[in-house]
Ligand binder design. Structure first.
Ligand SMILES: O=C(O)CCC(=O)C(=O)O
Ligand SMILES: [Fe+2]
Length: 512
């Protein structure tokens, strides 16, 4: 009967927090397990690793940085990454969009619910984590979980339409458009666009993925150019693969541009009636809007160099998701590739070992966490102690409220310090297994705050579901025998939530 199963459908914590002075018993942890709200202070703080000083070259120009990385991973299994190339304003925007989502009316958020027919849980979507047993202690946290990579796995209908900067609306995939009639190359072009709520007829073009040689030209249709209705101004950012080129003209005037390694990142402000030209040099391109920025187009003209031109009319398309989260995904992917290469080198593997394990079919999940304020923070957890079932995890943590704690080798819980604009990177269980225990997946947890809410944006990097997980043969020998049994991602995650609910660790099941 429905009432007997009531425990399976806990309330949204945000609503609970607005309502109660005492957390319901399902959230309250046993006395012996209660959190210390203030964790111990690390005697050796977690090193800040400057990613711009890490390289994959065999003779590292900054050996000290590699030493810091090694020391952080050995002591804590995590580190704080700086020099990641993401601007503070972009990180703030990512956080704001996340917050904006959780602040939407419940009715709007429920459109993305992770419940099927209001009852059964699915992994993706908005709500609570799955409740598998009546005795499970629940976390004081709401979350939104979504696949962000690869493109083929994305569930477009789950990508929020609000807040406005959170999504694209239209995607146009023009596979094998014959852009290069005079060349033997086949091109795959995709243009993404989104529609602003204002004015309704305006179409926005945001980016393109083009194989070498494609040219995208977007033209302001004579109307206003610029987002958020700022007159005479717009700003678009497109990241193009190596050799790419973006040119924009605002009412005859080029307003600004800058470059980035591994291609070009050009930022251009357009005035009314502006024109955008982007030339994909072989890589993916993406773009995002900034406050007061945007590029409006009423028509896109695709052309090879020289002609013919193809006019694409942006009148239909499918929802494809978030603008900001998409860019965050792309930027995180860049740093993850660099970090994984360095981790592989640190344990004596070929630099592509872990990168190849993730390969194209690897799935990246974003988990947006919202921890409302809690009337009794000393009795509940925002998130119970766990380690991540990933290869690697990247976290954008709230820089206004602390709460994340990591367990040291001594069993003591330490506060992970807040370092504004740094990203937290931690080893996951799969990496621990593949490295035959040389790299350890840290146990961590989140405590809540009496007065303040807290947010985090977590990127989980996972291997393709069928792929086997086992220690790299190069890291197994007589001195260091195999420490973990073979498993695969699908099986590993299958009963993860049940394991978590029991307060156990999935990795213990495969330890030899
Ligand atoms: O909120 C945080 O800082 C960390 C969250 C976390 O550990 C997770 O989502 O796995
Ligand atoms: Fe975690």
């Amino acid at each position: 009967m429905a009432s007997e199963q009531q425990w399976k459908i806990p309330p949204i914590v945000q609503e609970l927090a607005a309502d109660v002075q005492t957390p319901p018993s399902q959230y309250v942890v046993g006395e012996q397990d209660r959190p210390d709200l203030v964790g111990a202070v690390m005697s050796e703080p977690i090193p800040l690793v400057d990613l711009s000083r890490l390289s994959v070259a065999s003779d590292d120009p900054y050996p000290d940085e590699v030493t810091k990385l090694r020391s952080a991973l050995q002591s804590w299994g995590l580190f704080l990454a700086v020099g990641h190339g993401m601007e503070p304003s972009f990180l703030a925007e990512t956080m704001n969009v996340t917050k904006g989502f959780f602040k939407l009316p419940m009715e709007e958020k429920q459109k993305y619910s992770n419940r099927v027919n209001g009852r059964e849980f699915k992994l993706e979507g908005y709500g609570n984590d799955i409740v598998v047993s009546e005795n499970q202690t629940l976390d004081w946290c709401d979350r939104f979980y979504i696949i962000v990579e690869p493109e083929s796995q994305k569930v477009h209908s789950l990508w929020p339409m609000q807040p406005p900067t959170f999504r694209y609306i239209c995607a146009f995939n023009l596979d094998h458009v014959d852009l290069h009639r005079n060349s033997s190359r086949t091109n795959k072009v995709s243009i993404e666009a989104w529609q602003e709520p204002w004015p309704p007829a305006t179409r926005w073009a945001s980016g393109l993925a083009a194989e070498a040689g494609c040219v995208l030209a977007g033209r302001g249709g004579g109307g206003e150019v610029g987002s958020r209705r700022r007159r005479g101004g717009g700003l678009t950012t497109a990241a193009l693969g190596g050799g790419g080129e973006l040119r924009a003209r605002g009412g005859g005037e080029e307003v600004g541009s800058r470059r980035r390694s591994g291609g070009r990142l050009t930022t251009t402000a357009l005035g009314g009636g502006g024109e955008l030209w982007a030339h994909g040099g072989g890589g993916e391109a993406g773009s995002r809007r900034r406050p007061g920025g945007g590029l409006t187009t009423t028509a896109l003209v695709l052309s090879a160099s020289p002609l013919p031109r193809h006019v694409v009319s942006l009148t239909d398309g499918e929802e494809v998701g978030s603008n900001t989260l998409r860019e965050f995904t792309a930027r995180c992917r860049e740093i993850v590739t660099l970090i994984l290469a360095n981790m592989a080198k640190l344990v004596g593997l070929h630099e592509r070992y872990f990168v190849d394990m993730l390969d194209k079919e690897g799935v990246t999940y974003a988990r947006l966490n919202y921890y409302p304020h809690c009337p009794k923070p000393d009795r509940v957890f925002g998130m119970k102690a766990h380690s991540d079932a990933t290869v690697i995890t990247v976290v954008l943590v709230d820089d206004t409220v602390s709460g994340l704690q990591v367990q040291g080798g001594d069993g003591v819980w330490y506060d992970v310090p807040i370092v504004p604009n740094a990203l937290l990177v931690n080893v996951g269980d799969v990496m621990e297994i593949m490295s035959n225990g040389l790299l350890k997946s840290p146990v961590h947890r989140v405590v809540t705050n009496l007065e303040r809410e807290r947010l985090s944006v977590v990127m989980f990097y996972s291997m393709e579901p069928e792929k086997e997980i086992e220690p790299a043969p190069e890291l197994v020998d007589e001195e260091r025998p195999r420490r973990y049994r073979k498993t695969n991602t699908k099986d590993y995650i299958a009963d993860l939530f049940e394991t978590l609910a029991r307060g156990a660790r999935a990795i213990d099941r495969v330890k030899i």
